[in-house]
Design a protein around this ligand. Structure first.
Ligand SMILES: [Zn+2]
Length: 100
């Protein structure tokens, strides 16, 4: 289960920045990071968001991870491509925040 605000953000991200692979988002206990993105053997992408974050932190973390989701095949950590993709994802979050 993930909070409704994350579910809705995931839906908006998927609609506006579609991915080639299915993506699952989970909220899980994590001790060393706010989030992670990984590719499973079955060609699914899993995004983990740390439990216990504020709504704002969780949303920012999801946007950060969506930058990785969108260019997993050319993973270069936090380089120019990631920055461009996470900026696109961030715009979607900003639009949602403006509506509130
Ligand atoms: Zn990262």
């Amino acid at each position: 289960m993930i909070p409704r605000y994350l579910r809705e953000l995931v839906d908006d991200l998927k609609a506006e920045l579609p991915t080639e692979r299915p993506v699952s988002v989970k909220v899980v206990p994590m001790s060393r990071a706010f989030g992670s993105t990984s590719l499973s053997g079955r060609n699914r992408i899993t995004v983990c968001i740390a439990a216990g974050l504020s709504q704002e932190q969780a949303e920012d973390t999801l946007v950060h991870e969506w930058g990785h989701v969108l260019h997993l095949d050319t993973w270069e950590d936090h380089g120019d491509d990631w920055g461009m993709y996470q900026a696109q994802a961030y715009r979607i979050l900003e639009a949602r925040r403006d509506e509130e």
